[in-house]
Design a protein around this ligand. Sequence first.
Ligand code: HEM
Length: 142
Amino acid sequence: MSIDPILVKSSFAAVEPHGTEVTAWFYQHLFEQHPDVRVLFAEHLDDQQDRLFAALGALVEHLEDTDTLVGILTDLGRRHAGYGALPEHFPAVGVSLLATLRHFAGDAWSPQAEAAWAAVYGVVADTMGRALVAAGPAGADG
Ligand code: HEM
């Protein structure tokens, strides 16, 4: 795996100041492309929006600390079993996430940044997906 942490961090830093606009754009993109996943989310996305980007920030922060990263992703994946998320949803979320970062990163975006993020998302989806499947449909409490 060849993830350039500097590219990931600098592009995320360019996106962060756009605040809640970023997550709103992300969910609009996701639900337009995949209306079927809309029912999994609560009616009001406001809290969830902040949590999703806070989680991304934590992942970016711990990019070079594999143990912490895997711990965060395993817990997150386990909880997602309880939300009805499935491994097959991850590619759709990945496409919308990359589209969102590309949209807001401005000059900090490049083919190299895109490749680095694709690699990060591959690790995220793989680790979360495995924890999710291991937890089963009952989720973390099951
Ligand atoms: C990069 C991958 C993802 C990250 C970082 C992420 C992050 C989060 C976070 C932080 C929460 C808040 C609750 C918690 O911390 O447990 C959450 C909730 C949720 N996520 Fe994700 N998620 C990801 C992928 C997905 C995927 C692929 C799906 C499937 C469609 C999904 C569906 C949901 C749902 C349904 C909720 C609950 C929302 C609600 O309370 O209404 N997530 N996610």
